[in-house]
Design a protein around this ligand. Sequence first.
Ligand SMILES: *Cc1c(COP(=O)(O)O)cnc(C)c1O
Length: 426
Amino acid sequence: MKLYHRAIEVMPGGVNSPVRAFGSVGMEPVFFNYAKGPYVFDVDGKEYVDFVCSWGPMILGHGREDLIDKAKAYLDQGLTFGLPTEVEVEMAEYLTKATNTDMVRMVNSGTEATMSAIRLARGYTGRNKLIKFEGCYHGHSDALLVKSGSGTLTYKAPTSLGVPEEVIKDTIVCQYNKIEDVKEQIAANKDQIACVIIEPIAGNMGVVVPDQDFIQELRKVTEEAGIVLIFDEVITGFRTSFGSIAKDFGIEADLYCFGKIIGGGLPVGAFAGKREIMEKLSPTGGVYQAGTLSGNPLAMKMGLDVLHYLEDHQEIYDKLDKLASKLEAGFNKNLEISGVKGKVSRYKSMLSLFFGDFDQIKSYEDVKNADTETYKLYFKKMLERGYIVAPAQFEAIFLSDAHTEAMIDKFLADNLQVLKEIAGEK
Ligand SMILES: *Cc1c(COP(=O)(O)O)cnc(C)c1O
């Protein structure tokens, strides 16, 4: 029996995370069982160049022998103790130094990191309300699963069943890149807003880049109002440069959330920030947070190995930036030649190809009408040619150190053929 048919009998949609079901591209999912370097292989042995990279963590490519050999040795030393370990201290020292923070708490996923950071911000300020931005994704905790009605911030609805309206009543949704929204909300909710959480480069509505002014103003207005600014860097952390992206903007957030890359391929999250805030966490403070597998030695050691490697090989960031810039130029050229309408949005190695007609790409308002039908065709045709890109329009392309220029050239040549076919079919 086909794997998919077995899968849907025993897992909702046949998957453990919705995007993998390929629903957004109108296909049945492909199942994979091996990965090496820039490639993933499906269960029938077909090879694909991987532009998903597990949504970010595999920044060094899959199955690097040096790292895997080390990991095998770690297995012999014990998997999890639920008791304090030396490597947790090492990770905490390393991560706080690399991200210019004072203290950190390790957790097991990005969702846990953002959820806990928000509780901490609320506990620290004694306020309940929070501001998030439409189109930003911060994991699947209740208070963050909110969408605002188009064009208006007054209408709010949970994006999921099972999220009571009471739980989101304190969640305020603003438009990305629109500082007036934030200022208005701060004025209307004086001394009630605990935190503002933002993806400093949005990656979960496809890549959307903040204006410098917007980010600078956001820091200023939150600071003035005693609001905790949380950078959700689960994607951006250690992706576009070593450490936090805040240094690109020349500002500091109050709390940062990390995940993806810092686990080296194992499930990890972390939130970090200023001592004064972090000390409010249990057991030193009254904000409760805990985790049986948090800081487990295997994930700490594998994560640290990847971080050390990145620190020692920071030329990787230039390489990824160059590859992404080549992709951007290539996509633009291919769009022009084929006549397919689209626009590339990029920050360093974070990049999305949006299909459709756009004046600008600055917010969810701008991208929400992207041409998902064309994306479906593009995804399917690229897949047939041996490339796996994100199985959804509103995601990014992820590159790794294992990708080569020649691979990008070949990808772009195939992409041109695909876009020409799409243009012919329309
Ligand atoms: C992936 C992601 C999360 C959620 O992390 P999980 O490990 O999937 O729970 C949170 N925030 C951002 C910005 C993400 O990209």
